[in-house]
Design a protein around this ligand. Structure first.
Ligand SMILES: [Ca+2]
Ligand SMILES: [Ca+2]
Length: 344
């Protein structure tokens, strides 16, 4: 299960992973409405709008403060999520959906894996290397030599449409990933490169969490996007019965937007469940955390849990950690649950 194992992170990569500076600054846009108003900005109105198939539908999150983190009342929280605190953000846009395989294929077909302009220096170095570093959540680095050292990475893990994901609880169904399923098996570097190609960037953790949980009308941070009470039918997790997500106790991804009743107050879909999502930040504790940590240069956060997780990690405040070259597992073949969405 992703998100259940836990041991102390080791800063093995701190000396070799540099902050790359490839994350673009947010482009300020006009505040388009009251805090509780969901505004979907047509691409044609964005000054720098790329083609629709790269960024697809975006939700504008109006400027303002929101409550981030856990106040220790959610039942499942870890100390990483403490304390709950106010964060003030300018207006930004974030994807209504996780980036799909269809969108990602366009990046591949456009030569995204062959064009260093889209990649951070560290990301390009990783992609061109003969050695791949893997690690699961909180895990130690495992060095894996590419099966064919002349073969550079050209696609995410588990890219083939026909899948049988092993190593997870319950059944391991064969299923077909369509173009509407989220791209998974992507490293931080690949997510970063796609976003740059698409004219956006990865959201910060605060941007992701505000879009996922903030009920501006009631000035309340929902535990889950839809509210404070767990409902297994409102996101793709092992307990839901939605055929799109494989049905009860069948573990697989679902086409994005398959759980509309689980939308966040701002209207974002699949913020919890389905694919985990990379966010831009390095893993670092909030000010006032009882067990402070700072893994800048080592781990990035992933948010929202996945199709294989229960409500311990399928919560808006949950903070999962992965190394940038990880795509969700401890090696090739177990890296099928991290995706991302675009912000700008
Ligand atoms: Ca499911
Ligand atoms: Ca998700």
């Amino acid at each position: 299960m992703c998100g259940t194992d836990r041991f102390l992170p080791v800063l093995l990569l701190a000396s070799i992973l540099a902050v790359t500076g490839m994350i673009q600054a947010a482009t300020p846009v006009e505040n388009t409405g009251s805090p509780q108003e969901q505004v979907t900005k047509p691409q044609s109105q964005a000054a720098t709008a790329p083609p629709n198939d790269r960024i697809r539908e975006m939700v504008t999150i109006p400027a303002g403060k929101f409550l981030m983190g856990n106040n220790d009342s959610e039942g499942f929280g870890t100390s990483d999520e403490l304390p709950q605190h106010w964060v003030d953000l300018p207006t930004y846009e974030i994807g209504k959906y996780e980036v799909t395989r269809g969108q990602y294929r366009k990046f591949m077909e456009a030569g995204g894996y062959k064009d260093s302009r889209y990649w951070s220096a560290e990301g390009w170095k990783w992609k061109e290397s003969d050695v791949i570093d893997y690690a699961g959540m909180y895990g130690k680095v495992v060095h894996t030599v590419r099966p064919n050292t002349k073969e550079k990475r050209t696609e995410p893990e588990h890219w083939a449409a026909e899948q049988e994901w092993v190593g997870h609880g319950y059944d391991h169904p064969r299923f077909t990933q369509t173009d509407d399923h989220p791209v998974v098996g992507v490293t931080y570097y690949e997510a970063e490169a796609y976003c740059k190609w698409a004219g956006g960037r990865l959201p910060t953790e605060a941007e992701w969490e505000k879009a996922a949980r903030w009920d501006a009308k009631n000035q309340h941070p929902n535990v889950f996007p839809w509210g404070d009470t767990w409902d297994s039918e409102k996101c793709n997790n092992p307990q839901d019965h939605n055929p799109a997500g494989g049905g009860y106790r069948k573990n697989q991804s679902a086409p994005v937007g398959s759980y509309p009743k689980g939308a966040s107050p701002y209207g974002c879909m699949d913020m919890v469940g389905n694919a985990y999502e990379w966010v831009a930040d390095w893993a670092k504790s909030y000010p006032g955390n009882p067990k402070p940590f700072d893994y800048t240069g080592a781990y990035h956060f992933v948010k929202g849990g996945c199709w294989d997780d229960g409500p311990d990690s399928v919560r808006c405040g949950y903070r999962g950690w992965y190394l940038p070259p990880s795509s969700g597992g401890t090696g090739p073949g177990d890296s099928d649950h991290i995706g991302f969405r675009v912000a700008r």
